[in-house]
Design a protein around this ligand. Structure first.
Ligand SMILES: Cc1cc2nc3c(=O)[nH]c(=O)nc-3n(C[C@H](O)[C@H](O)[C@H](O)COP(=O)(O)OP(=O)(O)OC[C@H]3O[C@@H](n4cnc5c(N)ncnc54)[C@H](O)[C@@H]3O)c2cc1C
Length: 454
């Protein structure tokens, strides 16, 4: 019995470039049958659709999701590993692992992503400078190939295909399940130090010299400030709190984990959205004022430190019907001048929303399409209706690749094949592996066609 299809209009989290596809939610055991049934427009997997652009869309083709249950997850407390179906979300996992003293090895800014999506995008978190991206922590996975067979892969088992799948955006096959290592924690709280920086040079200096002493580090940057205040920012660095760091009250239930949902943005937001340069300027000013110049030892719980935006459902609707772009790139260390110039150009253009993050990446992993390289990664949300965005970003694209940088495929909705080719120097090596496991082009997506990845 094969799950039924329905025709659905899909977008990414940025709500741009909708396309229609036939979709089905499929139990693992039926996936092979659906793959055999692929039409000429092929198949792509979709997790929770949290990539910002068109990575999990396939116009005129098939988009499948895995029907998995967290109840089948196997936590090995001795080894500190978890084996789980790839359709399970980090949100569901955290509810079972945190109370047992474990945390996910890499946490993105939202917990509403699946394990399959985390591996396919090789996601990074606030700990990349020390611990790498999600793929670094995957011990094994099983991959359903285009010919219907299932292959076991790992860093020591068919390593080329394993690493082509990590960051391969679902284009090597369907990740069915995976085993990855976890972080042992004594409490569900984090101990956080805050530094407010007057400008971008102060922030570069602060991050270059203090990040390695903390497991987690990320900075928020006011990308509307110019002149002497260019790049004014707030840097938060943290670690998992030990039992001895907790107050007597918190120590009663040190692994308590209960993320709160505050509200959901209604579908009735005006079509032009609520995020513009006026509202963003006011927000940034208030946000900066509430942060202390320097403070150590603030205790925060996991949702407040890692996933503050998740408390508000459908916040992407705030940008209105035109949607928004998240522009994320990395430039190598030593390219601070280019980064500073990019920050200046964005600040002058007044196109950035308050959601801007700067982070230092550590070492890359062997994945040819894995995004992180040692350097600075900047993430900027911009409303698509802000004037001049497209021209600005095309100029920035050239600056990024000329500086030896690249763009993050999981966030992309605007770059071009040549920008990706110039940024991902091992694209041809990846394509050769991809073609060897999918000679007839079963795996396809809007992203893959737009950027000529396959
Ligand atoms: C608020 C917010 C904050 C974010 N913060 C970060 C961050 O800090 N760091 C970061 O790296 N990313 C971040 N992201 C991006 C997000 O982590 C990635 O886009 C992630 O891949 C989304 O997972 P998903 O399950 O929603 O996958 P989808 O968006 O549905 O799909 C993403 C890709 O994974 C593929 N895929 C999904 N499941 C499978 C499977 N079973 N087998 C094979 N391929 C599959 C899809 O085909 C697609 O190419 C953020 C996103 C949001 C909305």
């Amino acid at each position: 019995m094969k799950s039924d299809y329905s025709q659905v209009r899909l977008t990414g989290w940025g709500l741009t470039s909708p396309s229609h596809a036939r979709t089905a939610k499929v139990p693992r055991g039926e996936m092979g049958e659906h793959v055999k049934d692929s039409s000429g427009r092929g198949i792509v997997m979709r997790g929770l659709g949290r990539s910002y652009g068109d990575a999990a869309q396939n116009a005129g083709g098939t988009v499948l999701t895995l029907a998995d249950s967290v109840a089948q997850a196997v936590l090995d407390t001795e080894q500190g590993t978890l084996t789980v179906g790839a359709g399970v979300s980090l949100h569901d996992l955290l509810q079972i692992i945190v109370p047992r003293g474990f945390f996910i090895p890499v946490s993105p800014g939202t917990r509403f992503v699946t394990v399959g999506g985390a591996i396919a995008s090789d996601i990074h978190g606030k700990n990349h400078h020390l611990e790498g991206s999600f793929g670094n922590h995957v011990r094994r996975l099983s991959l359903l190939l285009a010919d219907g067979t299932v292959k076991e892969l790992g860093p020591d088992q068919d390593a080329p295909l394993f690493w082509a799948t990590v960051g391969g955006m679902g284009l090597t096959g369907i990740i069915l399940d995976a085993t990855f290592s976890l972080i042992g924690i004594e409490s569900s709280r984090c101990i956080v130090n805050t530094v407010r920086c007057q400008n971008i040079d102060e922030l570069f200096e602060e991050m270059s010299h203090g990040d390695d002493e903390h497991r987690y580090s990320v900075a928020w940057v006011d990308l509307l400030a110019t002149g002497a205040k260019l790049g004014r920012s707030v840097l938060w660095r943290g670690d998992h709190a030990r039992l001895s760091d907790l107050s007597t009250k918190d120590a009663i239930d040190p692994l308590h984990y209960a993320p709160k949902h505050l509200t959901t943005v209604p579908a009735l937001v005006p079509s032009f959205g609520l995020v513009n340069s006026w509202t963003s300027t006011i927000f940034n000013e208030l946000w900066l004022r509430k942060e202390p110049r320097r403070k150590v030892g603030t205790i925060k719980n996991i949702p407040a430190y890692f996933h503050p935006l998740d408390a508000i459902g459908s916040w992407n609707r705030l940008y209105g019907r035109g949607g928004f772009l998240q522009y994320q790139f990395v430039v190598p260390f030593g390219q601070e001048k280019t980064l500073r110039r990019i920050i200046e150009m964005v600040a002058i253009s007044k196109t950035a929303s308050p959601l801007v993050v700067l982070k230092r990446f550590g070492q890359s992993n062997p994945g040819p399409m894995s995004f992180p390289i040692p350097g600075w990664t900047l993430t900027v949300d911009m409303s698509c209706v802000a004037s001049g965005v497209s021209e600005l970003l095309h100029n920035l694209d050239s600056m990024v690749v000329e500086a030896g940088g690249r763009h993050y495929l999981a966030k992309d909705a605007h770059t071009t094949p040549s920008v990706i080719r110039r940024g991902y120097l091992r694209l041809d090596e990846w394509k050769a592996i991809q073609r060897s496991v999918d000679p007839s082009g079963v795996w396809q997506s809007d992203l893959a066609r737009r950027l000529e990845l396959i």
